[in-house]
Design a binder for this molecule. Structure first.
Ligand code: ACO
Ligand code: V55
Length: 276
């Protein structure tokens, strides 16, 4: 399949995995307005593409993303509220709604610099693998702002209280290994292994029924903001919805293979949805 061309994002598709590559390497992939507009469209296309199971977000060159563009997003829009509203709307659309609630499983591959505003797309992805060599930082306070957008809220969700305040208040950098220790990413590997590690994680995801994955992700992201009783009732309804909607009937096939055929043990892996 030939991917569409964008000014600030490169799209590559390999083995049903769609790579969204932030592509302003000479600006360390800082997010300017055009990148927000491009990303809205990229995510929309990949999310709806029936030939893709997993979506990866990474950066071209030595950077994942150097945060919001200080020249084009901050300084240039300081006295242009109308344009600021337009860009912020686009940013929220792609980073928060389209990426966080993407119907496919998403993986952030942190290949290098990751600062400030880049934490939101990172945390919006379901899973994250970092290069040991990657450098992270909540650098906002270094240049006189607090982490805005969704950054403070996202960090409060994913990091513990002391770690979050430590990095918010010092602006200090940390590497990929530390990011794994903090729970900001699932795992950190040498940069040379980043692509193969991400592809191997994508292979694990591809073994699971896609409709099941979509519902499990929505269930997690919704129920964590509900109280216990709402959550219990919602999850029961969500499982009923899944059973009704799954065209492959994974649940009933899985039960049959375990209980009737005795050919399979659910505790030890997916049942092989493609077999009969
Ligand atoms: N906004 C705008 N331009 C940027 C950004 C950014 N966030 N980050 C890098 N660039 C540009 C530089 O201005 C420079 O442009 P030029 O070549 O036209 O002069 C180019 O990218 C290369 O940057 P260097 O600083 O020369 O690259 P180096 O490899 O030495 O350093 C680093 C990389 C550490 C990422 C550095 O560029 C940096 O500190 N960037 C800002 C990181 C940051 O704090 N971002 C804001 C977070 S807060 C927020 O997002 C709301
Ligand atoms: C950030 C800040 C913003 C924003 C998006 O800190 C991201 C990152 C101050 O506004 O709109």
């Amino acid at each position: 399949m030939t991917a569409k061309e964008y000014a600030t994002v490169k799209v590559e598709i390999e083995d049903r995995v769609g790579w969204m590559i932030l592509n302003r390497p000479e600006k360390r992939n800082a997010m300017n307005p055009q990148m927000h507009y491009d990303m809205e469209d990229v995510i929309n296309h990949l999310s709806l593409d029936p030939d893709i199971d997993v979506i990866v977000l990474t950066g071209a060159g030595e950077s994942f993303c150097a945060g919001m563009d200080l020249k084009e997003y901050f300084r240039a829009l300081d006295n242009d509220p109308a344009e600021q509203i337009k860009v912020r709307w686009s940013m929220r659309n792609w980073q928060y709604f389209r990426l966080r609630m993407c119907p496919k499983t998403t993986i952030a591959a942190i290949n290098g610099w990751c600062f400030g505003g880049a934490f939101t797309p990172l945390i919006s992805c379901d899973l994250a693998i970092a290069a040991d060599e990657a450098v992270f930082g909540l650098s906002e306070v270094n240049w006189g702002i607090l982490p805005g957008g969704y950054v403070t809220r996202d960090v409060a969700m994913v990091m513990n209280y002391r770690d979050a305040l430590y990095y918010i208040l010092t602006g200090k950098t940390f590497d990929g290994k530390k990011a794994a220790e903090l729970g900001l990413v699932n795992e950190s590997v040498p940069l040379s292994d980043l692509r193969s590690t991400v592809m191997s994680l994508a292979e694990d995801i591809k073994k699971i029924n896609p409709e099941t994955l979509k519902h499990a992700k929505e269930a997690f992201k919704m129920s964590r903001d509900m109280d216990y009783d709402q959550s219990f009732d919602y999850l029961a309804a969500k499982n009923d919805q899944l059973r009704f909607r799954d065209p492959q009937g994974a649940r009933d096939k899985g039960i049959k293979k375990f209980i009737d055929d005795k050919t399979y043990r659910p505790g030890l892996g997916a049942f092989g949805q493609d077999e009969e």
